[in-house]
Design a protein around this ligand. Structure first.
Ligand code: ATP
Ligand code: MG
Length: 655
């Protein structure tokens, strides 16, 4: 798209209120209607982009809904699709992964080096007795050996389950036990914010409570002192004698590629199971549509591989497409709040895919930091994880993208495998509206419905639901088919998938994600999504971050409580005057119905380690509850302490 065109489009969003024409592009329209008319044929066409050992017999088996099976009878291997098929091409010596350490050290792996490492580790795991279907827990820091371990598991048909390396022994052993893992792959230590994280020690604490574990593979990363018990082997020792080629296991399309536990924003994490054929087909197609990957792209996805975004968009999608992927070890603001911009400049990233929470952190420090870096290599910006406040979107668009880069606001979940709602730069860009995910992807039948599952009228809020199965969908929750059905399929009838999110579809057909449906505030008979209200706070120049919750109120039903983080230059103004100003601001932007009952200025908000605000924590604080529920997905013990501190301070403040 030329610059001129894009600016023309970008002006359209400013007039979006006045627009009453269909904005969906012709090409996109055509693909969507093809998918709607014959979904099986549509997805089968996409599946042809992968390498299969054996073609499928049936595209979709829906004989036992909601246990849908994709590409039944098809046989393939994920590591072959990510590596082998590039090895015989010109890509052999192309860089697959650029790794950037927290201390600015860099390493890179070509496709052929990655292939070599994966094959060796795959053989080493086989030598330890790991066979097809066995589960392997991977508890590694963000180092290249983490994707290597995932792909080695995939090569031999073992099911990987990656556990975020900031988690405690308890969280680790819960996941190891739930998945009954035979092997745990870890490191002696890792680094976070300049500090050593003693991963092996955490594993030592967890293993006595995890009887299924036969071996612990230890990567030497930090060279800290550790104890090697009889179950432990060094990574470098086991690969030494391993043969350089491991024949890929032929796995059925429905063979589980991995189990991944959700972020736990709303409660106890769920063990989401993804298939091989359906998941990879969905990822391959949607990554092309959304990001328009070309072989020249240098893709910087800032997620941790401990979360689904890292699985799908650091490992499987970019590698299947033969792109170059940047993988960053550390925190966005360590040692200074400039790390992403520094990495974009250093490695010439063409696409940046990050989270609203990281952007809000950077925005808090103003424009001068990003302005001091050369960001002109960027051609596309992406966001994921939470609704992006329009104010933050504009900052991303102007300050980072210099009004030259379209933004793809991608809505999806661990359960969906890949992006479900987004604009599609690889099909055709449609006018953007800051804060809206735009449309569902071709083949995704997303709809906003009321309590009874009936589609709502335009501009009417409701629940986001998906009416048709899609290849990237989870197969079940590990060992819990009942919970799988309960959580996703029983809210509405006729096998409609319940996302748990609150949304609206505007008169142009654009979808707006409004937050979790169980976080909805019911104020004097009105239902307000948390995202609407939080974005209204963030649109005030003093506010960087906002989290709203409510407490019971005799008159209104519920009264709004806001927890706000100020932009750095406003910190000294956190008084009653600013509170009054904010109350007027909300009255003006949302209406007097949303007048906050109480406003608290805080230094930070409690978040999951994937960066999402845990509103349920704030809710228990403000409703005076003495327990704060499951906090296992908050980072390490120290962060739990920090959150407790925030909790206590807030509790005292709320009174
Ligand atoms: P849990 O299911 O354990 O509570 P979680 O839902 O936070 O955790 P994820 O699967 O990582 O775990 O997150 C998916 C959720 O993130 C979505 O349901 C949605 O609420 C939110 N989300 C993701 N992307 C976007 C986006 N672009 N806009 C709005 N919300 C988003
Ligand atoms: Mg969820």
């Amino acid at each position: 798209m030329t610059n001129e065109n894009f600016i023309k489009l970008s002006r359209i969003y400013e007039q979006s209120e006045k627009m009453r024409i269909s904005l969906q592009g012709k090409k996109l329209d055509k693909m969507k209607s093809q998918a709607l008319e014959n979904p099986e044929q549509f997805w089968a066409e996409q599946a042809k982009s992968l390498s299969w050992f054996k073609h499928w017999d049936k595209v979709l088996d829906s004989s036992h809904p909601p246990f849908y099976k994709w590409f039944v009878g098809g046989v393939l291997n994920a590591s072959v699709n990510c590596l082998d098929r590039h090895i015989d091409s010109d890509f052999k010596n192309k860089v697959a992964i650029i790794w950037e350490g927290e201390n600015k050290e860099s390493r890179s792996f070509t496709y052929s080096q990655l292939y070599g490492s994966v094959n060796k580790l795959a053989n080493a795991l086989k030598n330890l007795g790991v066979t097809k279907g066995d589960r392997v827990t991977i508890y590694l820091p963000m180092v290249p050996e983490l994707p290597i371990a995932m792909l080695a598991c995939a090569r031999i048909g073992a099911v990987h389950t990656v556990v975020f390396s900031g988690f405690s022994g308890q969280a680790l052993s819960d996941r190891v036990n739930d998945s009954n893992s035979k092997v745990v792959i870890t490191a002696d230590g890792g680094f976070r914010r300049g500090k050593l994280i003693e991963l092996k020690k955490v594993v030592d604490d967890a293993i006595p409570f995890s009887p299924s574990v036969e071996h612990v593979v230890v990567l030497k990363r930090a060279s800290n002192n550790i104890k090697m018990s009889p179950k432990c082997v060094w990574w470098h020792d086991i690969i030494e004698d391993a043969l350089p080629y491991c024949a890929p296991e032929n796995v059925e399309s429905t063979h589980p590629l991995y189990i991944l536990y959700t972020s736990g924003t709303t409660g106890k994490p769920k063990g989401v199971v993804h298939s091989t054929g359906g998941y990879l087909t969905y990822l391959y197609a949607t990554a092309k549509w959304v990001f328009d990957f070309t072989t020249k792209d240098i893709f910087f996805c800032t997620a941790d591989i401990g979360w689904v975004t890292g699985h799908s968009y650091i490992v499987y999608a970019p590698l299947m497409h033969g792109a170059t992927q940047i993988m960053y070890e550390g925190a966005p603001d360590y040692p200074r709040p400039d790390r992403y911009w520094d990495i974009v400049e250093k490695h010439g990233a063409t696409i940046l895919y990050t989270t609203p929470t990281a952007l809000r952190m950077y925005l808090k420090f103003g424009d001068s930091i990003p302005n001091s870096f050369e960001l002109s290599s960027l051609r596309l910006l992406g966001t994921v994880g939470e609704p992006i406040n329009p104010e933050v979107w504009m900052w991303y668009f102007k300050t980072i993208g210099k009004e030259n880069c379209p933004i793809v606001d991608t809505w999806w979940q661990t359960e969906t495998g890949g992006v479900m709602i987004s604009s599609c730069s690889g099909i055709e860009m449609v006018p953007m509206k800051p804060g809206s995910g735009t449309f569902s992807l071709p083949g995704i039948d997303a709809v906003v419905v009321d309590e009874n599952g009936k589609p709502t009228a335009a501009d009417k809020k409701g629940y986001l639901a998906i009416r048709k199965p899609w290849p990237g969908m989870l197969m079940t929750l590990w060992k819990d088919d009942e919970k799988y059905q309960d959580t996703y399929w029983r809210k509405f009838v006729n096998n409609v998938y319940f996302t748990g999110d609150y949304a609206l579809c505007d008169t142009d057909g654009y979808l707006w994600l409004l937050g979790r449906s169980d976080d909805v505030l019911k104020i004097a008979g009105h239902r307000l999504g948390t995202a609407e209200l939080e974005s209204a706070f963030v649109s005030h120049p003093a506010i960087a971050e906002a989290a709203v919750t409510s407490r019971p109120d005799e008159k209104k039903g519920e009264s709004i409580i806001a927890f706000l983080v100020l932009r750095t230059e406003f910190v000294s103004e956190s008084g009653q005057q600013l509170r009054n100003e904010l109350v007027s601001h909300i009255k003006e932007t949302v209406g007097s119905i949303a007048t906050p009952g109480e406003i608290y200025f805080v230094g930070k908000l409690p978040k999951t380690r994937s960066g999402k605000i845990m509103r349920r924590l704030l809710k228990s604080i403000s409703s005076g509850s003495s327990t704060i529920g499951d906090v296992s997905t908050l980072e390490d013990a120290r962060s739990i302490e920090e959150v407790r501190q925030v909790y206590d301070d807030l509790h005292r403040a709320v009174g």
